[in-house]
Design a protein around this ligand. Structure first.
Ligand code: DGJ
Length: 708
């Protein structure tokens, strides 16, 4: 087999692979497009990366290959862990084939003694992402138990700082940073879903990297079950990011001939986080399944009525919604059999005859008559023990054997890998979709999984359950073309590119306090483009923080995402409804730009100032939101800069409707804002403009329009 140094290039990214290293090939470069390198230059690049043998170590210096293993001298975290009834604990692979073109490589390696074959699929995508998936086949005569199989991405030595996110219900995606020193920083999800604390990305970059600058690399595991992300720096001067599914003991026991494939693990890089995020956004937007039509402004009934379903109230709400410009009305939790609160009913997906004596039809018809689409909340993977379903099929509940797992929100999880449970859920949902013109499902998932086993086998079942969930979503979408699905999990506890392959929106957080959302949306937005981020305007007082905010702040923060309203509009006065309608209309005017442009975040020195925006791909127009999050540390606040514009073009910058609030009394007019001002994109990105004086927790929109 020929062992030529490979150069994959696409979308501004180069990946150089050295297949001459022991074991699997080694990535010697991931990042900048290196241009059209000839073979001698590629060979020289690979040669230049070979380390020396040093005292105290093994005679063959270890390389960080695509599958680092101790058989090849790698004594850090291995890429594969497993065994064959205790044997074959140290597999050793030899390359048997590489099939490559300019952007992809499929690498096959075998361990003859261990009875294993590995295929690594590598691709540099049009958006400049690098994707990896590993598939391990048991070619031996007895079972091989896989404990872990990870995709490994090297990062440059200059990456000395790690960024990831943590969080909780109502506070997902809180950033945390630390020095990337020798050792391993490990983030695991063991909750059967990524979790509210999940890090969508594990990023490593130059010290102090921000949104606008600083070289940074990051990986994401496109998987909705348990996963593991690790950043590791070894004393041999290698630094890497690893991503994998997290497997429970015995979860993957490969029978002879069987194969386990990891989820896709995606890597991005950039100069600044915005650059890195843009690759993910471009990748998602290029999918055939990416929502193509304008994102319908949504009203969700949850914070308006909770479980108090009452037809006249909901009809009044629908009328108000239509009047302010809503295009999709979503009936949340509380409509199905026995569901008066969150203790009962999950699993029985028929309309409750007590609360809905005439069924859903009167509401659905009214909503559609008002020109809106109808959407419905479901939580298909879940079951309350107080339900007809649990009474009839207790064996469908995920359980470790001999006992039920601890409850969460008084509910359990159905084992979708059980054909009976799968068919029940599929046919129940299908019946609803056949009976009513439902164009949208809000698909919730309100508990963490624990002790999640298959009652039939006693084996850990998150892996198979997750695959069955994917099949279920795929099948429903096949049966109901055009159906849109929102991925919700107590807010944003299931946000990953596995679920987004099959859904059209994520519910970003149950917390719609705009100040909290500024952080949550910024960091969720590193992976997910704005058009897929559910962002709602809540009532004046946040239900989850009890802080109160003006409508402009609430609406201005939601404005950039997939806009919705979650507020009892029947209690809102006419004046506020007019302002709300203005925001909805402004969003409709802007959404084409907001949902196709490049997301930018300014690295501002003042922590009380927040500037973010979206710049059209052709840089002809941009919209920014400037928020004074707390009292300004200087008075007046200093200058703010506007990133992302064409440096060589001139723009007119002005304050944009519908924001109206502008600070308090005692200030002179902001001269540039009187009639807008004109200067170049370069000046706007560097010198910047004087920030308007705002009260704390106020927001204004700014617009930049190209004038030549
Ligand atoms: C959790 C979701 O995040 C909420 O938006 C709402 O749908 C409730 N579940 C309903 O139970």
């Amino acid at each position: 087999m020929q062992r030529r140094i490979l150069h994959l290039r696409h979308g501004g990214t180069s990946l150089v692979l050295d297949p001459t290293t022991p074991g699997l090939p080694t990535i010697v470069h991931w990042g900048d497009d290196l241009g059209d390198l000839d073979q001698p230059d590629l060979d020289g690049l690979a040669l230049a990366a070979v380390p020396q043998r040093v005292s105290g170590g093994l005679d063959v210096p270890a390389r960080l290959t695509l599958l680092p293993l101790d058989a090849d001298g790698w004594l850090g975290t291995p890429g594969l862990e497993g065994h064959r009834d205790g044997r074959v604990f140290s597999p050793s692979f030899g390359l048997v084939g590489i099939d490559a073109d300019q952007t992809t490589a499929t690498i096959t390696a075998e361990d003859g003694y261990g009875g294993l074959r590995l295929v690594v699929e590598l691709q540099v995508t049009e958006a400049g992402l690098v994707r990896q998936r590993l598939s391990l086949t048991n070619t031996g005569d007895d079972d091989y138990s896989v404990l872990s199989l990870a995709a490994t991405f090297p990062v440059p030595a200059q990456a000395t700082e790690i960024l990831d996110t943590t969080g909780r219900h109502l506070r997902e995606r809180t950033p945390q940073r630390r020095a990337f020193t020798v050792g391993t920083h490990l983030r695991e999800s063991r909750k059967g879903r990524p979790g509210a604390d999940a890090s969508l990305l594990l990023a490593a970059g130059t010290s102090g990297f921000g949104f606008e600058r600083g070289r940074v690399h990051a990986v994401h595991v496109a998987w909705s079950g348990n996963h593991r992300l690790a950043a590791e720096r070894t004393i041999t001067a290698e630094a890497s990011l690893q991503g994998s599914e997290l497997l429970a003991p015995g979860e993957i026991d490969l029978a002879p001939g069987a194969t386990y494939s990891t989820p896709w693990v995606l890597g991005s890089w950039g100069d600044g986080l915005d650059d890195l995020a843009a690759r993910f956004h471009t990748e998602l937007r290029a999918r055939a399944s990416h929502p193509a039509r304008p994102r319908p402004v949504t009203l969700n009934t949850w914070e308006a009525v909770y479980f108090d379903h009452d037809l006249p109230t909901l009809l009044a709400l629908a009328e108000r919604a239509a009047a302010v410009g809503v295009e999709r009305f979503v009936l949340d939790d509380g409509w199905f059999l026995g569901r008066r609160d969150d203790t009962a009913g999950l699993g029985d997906w028929t309309v409750d005859p007590v609360v809905w004596p005439q069924g859903l039809a009167p509401l659905v018809d009214a909503v559609r008559g008002l020109g809106m689409e109808f959407g419905l909340w479901v939580e298909p993977e879940m079951v309350n023990l107080d339900s007809d379903l649990a009474r009839a099929h207790p064996e469908w509940v995920l359980q470790p054997g001999g006992r039920l797992p601890a409850e969460g929100r008084q509910q359990h999880v159905l084992n979708l890998a059980d054909p009976g449970a799968y068919a029940h859920v599929l046919e129940s949902l299908d019946a609803l979709l056949v009976e009513h013109p439902i164009s949208y499902l809000k698909w919730d998932h309100n508990r963490e999984l624990s002790s999640a086993g298959d009652a039939r086998t006693g084996h850990a079942a998150v892996h198979e359950h997750t695959l069955a969930l994917y099949r279920l979503l795929d099948e429903l979408r096949r049966r109901h073309p055009g159906l849109e699905i929102e991925s919700c999990a107590s807010g944003g506890a299931r946000v990953d590119l596995g679920i987004l392959e099959r859904t059209d929106r994520i519910w970003t957080s149950d917390c719609i306090d705009p100040l909290e959302r500024l952080v949550n949306q910024r960091y969720t937005g590193l992976l997910v483009p704005p058009e897929l981020l559910g962002a709602h305007v809540g009532g004046p007082r946040s239900h989850s923080t009890h802080r109160s905010h003006e409508l402009d702040l609430r609406a201005g923060v939601a404005f950039f995402g997939h806009l919705g309203i979650e507020w009892d509009l029947t209690t809102v006065d006419d004046e506020q409804l007019v302002v709300l309608a203005r925001w909805v209309e402004a969003h409709k005017q802007a959404r084409q730009l907001l949902h196709s442009g490049r997301v930018v975040n300014a690295d501002l020195p003042d922590e009380t100032a927040d500037l973010r925006g979206v710049v059209a791909q052709d840089r002809s127009r941009a919209l920014y939101a400037y928020t004074q999050t707390a009292t300004s540390s200087t008075y007046p606040a200093g200058r703010i800069h506007l990133p992302g514009l064409d440096p060589d073009a001139s723009y007119r910058v002005r304050l944009a409707a519908p924001t109206t609030s502008l600070g308090g009394a005692g200030q002179s007019p902001l001269l540039w804002a009187l009639d807008g001002t004109r200067t170049t994109g370069r000046a706007l990105a560097t010198t910047g403009i004087q920030a308007p004086v705002l009260f704390p927790e106020e927001l204004v929109l700014l617009e930049a329009i190209l004038i030549g």
